[in-house]
Write a protein of this length. Structure first.
Length: 129
């Protein structure tokens, strides 16, 4: 069994409300919780799945960096959209950020997220080589 190490917190409102960490270090891996475009309690880029994806990725990568890894260490991206039409825009944002890294990736359509203004949620995993 791998030892669970440090926990990373971003100060986001949902972390305290629902009792979780933004990221957890497990051995050589960093597992980042689902991130949305919520900044200082407000959903950013309303109606814009591309912009929300970019914001969510930025929040996730900040957690990865706080844990001591980088964008190049990302091995998995999972993204969740609330509308089938959002896949291409979310995927384009992911490709823009991770195109050279080429992590594994899964996209899923969901019925909804915690706030109806949220169109996309992104979670990532990173690992030290």
């Amino acid at each position: 069994m791998e030892r669970v190490g440090a926990r990373v917190f971003s100060g986001g409102i949902w972390e305290d409300k629902y009792g979780y960490a933004r990221a957890v270090v497990v051995g050589s891996r960093v597992l980042v919780s689902g991130c949305t475009a919520t900044v200082e309690g407000e959903v950013r880029n309303l109606g814009d799945p591309y912009g929300q994806t970019k914001t969510a990725i930025g929040i996730a990568l900040e957690a990865v960096e706080k844990a001591g890894l980088t964008r190049e260490d990302v091995v998995m991206v999972r993204y969740y959209v609330v509308d089938q039409r959002h896949f291409d825009q979310a995927g384009s944002a992911i490709g823009e950020v991770f195109g050279q890294v080429r992590p594994a990736c899964t996209g899923v359509r969901v019925a909804g997220l915690v706030d109806p203004q949220m169109l996309v949620e992104v979670e990532i995993e990173a690992a030290r080589a």
